[in-house]
Design a protein around this ligand. Structure first.
Ligand code: GLU
Length: 276
């Protein structure tokens, strides 16, 4: 029953990452399963090479261990593209050249749709407009079409086990017409994570509650792609003293600066409410 910790090498790990990594590690220890590390590095514009080593050094210092080398998403771009092609063939994604402004306007027109208006359900453009988008060579995004997904799933919407919530029915509309890829980029986080969790045989996903809406989409994608669905646990997010979510640029809570200030792994665990 492997578990995984999947940070992006775009900045220092902070206390929130330590909490997530330690939770995964402790579950792996309790069940005698493997703890996996995965570098989610598909966004080349944000990746900083020094953070691969920095992340691994911080985790090793905390006492964690994983099969080496850790998987890097950037080494699997062709696989993500294949997954995207499959979804396109199914008709569950479509090329969309709409701008952010168009999308915001659509959200204003139909505020009741999508997740809090942030991810509206767009009308799929007619085939002639899609053909024009492909012909002009202009940039476009591959958008998810929840209506087509819903049709394909039929009356049997997939379910998943979520700690604290029991059996949950996946809602294909939860993230609206979310972008799953771009013309010049392989695929978005959602497609990569679904592919990787299946490839790495992850059976239990333990991650922050900020991703609990995404889980609905992930389970729908797993079902459409014929991949297994792990169980899910969404943990609380660690906040600063003012109740604000920690950010990578906030040096005060980075593991690197806490280590430099003399903190021990046990101090870090205690600060996030765990014991080693
Ligand atoms: N790479 C994601 C992040 O750093 C985590 C993805 C996941 O655990 O599914 O927030």
């Amino acid at each position: 029953m492997p578990v995984r910790f999947a940070p992006s090498p775009t900045g220092d790990l902070h206390l929130g990452h330590a909490f997530s990594a330690l939770l995964n590690w402790q579950v792996a220890r309790e069940t005698a399963d493997t703890f996996l590390l995965r570098h989610e590095d598909i966004d080349a514009s944000r990746v900083r090479p020094q953070f691969y080593d920095q992340i691994e050094e911080d985790l090793a210092w905390l006492g964690l261990d994983w099969p080496k080398p850790a998987r890097r998403q950037s080494a699997h771009l062709d696989d993500y593209r294949d997954r995207l092609d499959t979804l396109a063939t199914m008709g569950v994604i479509y090329p969309c050249a709409r701008t952010r402004k168009d999308v915001a306007e659509a959200a204003d027109r139909a505020p009741q749709q999508g997740a809090g208006g942030a991810a509206p359900l767009l009308d799929r453009p007619p085939p002639s407009e899609i053909a024009r988008t492909l012909e002009t060579g202009a940039p476009y995004a591959w958008r998810f079409d929840p209506r087509v997904a819903d049709d394909l799933l039929g009356s049997h919407r997939p379910t998943f086990e979520e700690a604290g919530h029991g059996t949950v029915t996946a809602d294909p509309f939860r993230l609206g017409s979310v972008i799953l890829g771009r013309k010049d980029a392989p695929a978005s986080y959602h497609v990569c994570v679904v592919h990787d969790d299946a490839c790495q045989a992850v059976t239990q996903v333990i991650r922050g509650e900020d991703l609990s809406d995404s889980t609905h989409l992930h389970v729908v994608l797993q079902t459409l792609l014929g991949l297994p669905t792990p169980t899910y646990r969404h943990h609380r997010l660690i906040t600063d003293d003012g109740g604000k979510r920690l950010a990578k640029r906030d040096d005060a809570t980075s593991l690197r600066s806490l280590r430099a200030g003399g903190a021990t792994p046990a101090n870090i665990a205690a600060r996030v409410g765990l014991s080693l």
